[in-house]
Design a protein around this ligand. Structure first.
Ligand code: NAD
Length: 369
């Protein structure tokens, strides 16, 4: 006689698990373990300094795991495959990675290469039929970003951008406070992002590989945070650039840039992005009823958030682990995050970056289309 258990085993497990999760009582009775949950199988591409942080963080993930590696350095592939228990047949170099299309052990590729390579890599991975997770900034300009979105759409794969703060508990609480009108009518956003950059030979200071300077790399956090904390898009920008070291910061690579963004509601954002000053790491949002001040706003935390209703106490979680579990939910379960992380979200930032550079060059207010 067929038992209830036999019946359950015949059903598609992913579907079953999602349905059961909605009914926690039933789920507990069914003794379906965490092991039975579908897990997002991720290949990391570009095994540099940030990929190292992501790989370590992913050891804490419950819904995503590293199953593949892509690197141009054979020694790194050997070392990482051993460290993260990745089978040799799931390791690729930049000439062979197109073959991931035949690899069922890889659902998605996380692109962690220099900015200028994001477009080429995204399109190749989409054409291989795999989902794309691409680091910020998603592209060098809006035209590239649109091509990436189109390629992923055409290939019917998802394109997500590595906005880790979109999964950070205190950031999400600040957004909920705004949604609950706890700040009232928001008037002001201030963003400070900066550090003193070292080696003048690194790709971040090479316009061809980076697409710009501090704004592309870290100023993007302030403008992105202004958009998600205010919950609206800027309609204009103005900007001023200052350069004290023309040898290190060549033409097209900004050292320090200040920018202002105006919003239809009347709110104004004022931000500083710099490769020449340490300790710039805070967001401030203030309205006619309350405020929030986020310190350690862009690094890996724990952040400190003080608000008009007191300090926020959400526990710190490793950003990249929360991000990759959150992205697994998006890709595997079509879950909608509170703040989008899709290609369109990345494109919005790139369009604003383009407008800021134009405003700095022309000394004029630039309207966002
Ligand atoms: P990195 O230089 O440490 O690593 C880049 C990797 O890409 C290296 O392993 C390098 O070998 C590889 N690579 C492949 N082709 C290359 C080429 N043609 N030229 C140079 N390198 C090449 O850089 P990173 O700090 O890891 O940054 C990589 C990406 O991650 C960037 O887009 C950056 O903006 C992003 N990033 C995001 C965060 C975040 O918090 N979300 C933090 C740091 C970096």
């Amino acid at each position: 006689m067929s038992t209830r258990r036999d019946f359950l085993e015949k059903l598609s497990l992913p579907f079953l698990t999602i349905s059961l999760l909605k009914n926690k009582k039933l789920y507990n009775k069914m003794t379906i373990t965490e092991k039975d949950e579908p897990v997002l199988k991720v290949a990391l591409m570009g095994l540099g300094s940030y990929a190292t942080i992501v790989a370590n963080a992913m050891q804490q993930c419950k819904k995503a795991k590293i199953t593949g590696l892509i690197s141009g350095t054979p020694d790194k592939l050997k070392e990482w495959s051993k460290k993260y228990n990745v089978a040799e047949e799931n390791c690729y170099n930049y000439s062979s990675y197109h073959n991931i299309k035949n690899n069922n052990n890889i659902d998605a590729v996380y692109i962690i290469t220099p900015n200028a390579l994001h477009k080429e890599h995204t399109i190749a991975i989409a054409n291989a039929g795999k989902h794309v997770i691409c680091e910020k900034p998603m592209a060098l300009n809006a035209m590239e970003a649109k091509e990436m979105i189109d390629a992923c759409r055409k290939a019917n794969v998802q394109l997500l951008i590595g906005y880790r703060l979109h999964f950070e508990a205190k950031t999400l609480e600040v957004i909920k406070m705004r949604q609950n009108n706890e700040f009232g009518k928001i008037k002001i956003f201030q963003g400070l992002s900066g550090f003193i950059i070292g080696d003048p030979k690194q790709w971040r200071l090479n316009k061809t590989l980076s697409g710009g300077g501090s704004l592309m790399d870290i100023g993007i956090y302030s403008l992105n945070a202004a958009r998600y904390t205010l919950g609206e898009e800027p309609v204009w920008v103005t900007a001023q650039e200052a350069k004290t070291d023309k040898e290190k910061f060549k033409e097209g690579v900004d050292e320090t840039i200040q920018f202002q963004m105006g919003f239809a509601s009347g709110a104004i954002a004022s931000c500083t992005s710099s490769y020449a000053a340490n300790g710039l790491d805070s967001f401030f949002i203030s309205g006619d009823k309350g405020y929030a001040h986020i310190e350690a706003s862009i690094y890996y935390g724990p952040s400190k958030v003080t608000t008009s209703k007191g300090p926020l106490t959400q526990p710190h979680t490793t950003h990249q682990a929360a991000q990759m579990d959150g992205m697994a939910d998006i890709i595997l379960h079509n879950k909608q995050p509170l703040i989008p992380v899709d290609g369109e979200e990345g494109l919005k930032d790139i369009k604003i970056i383009e407008a800021i550079y134009k405003a700095a060059q022309t000394n004029a207010r630039v309207y966002i289309q």
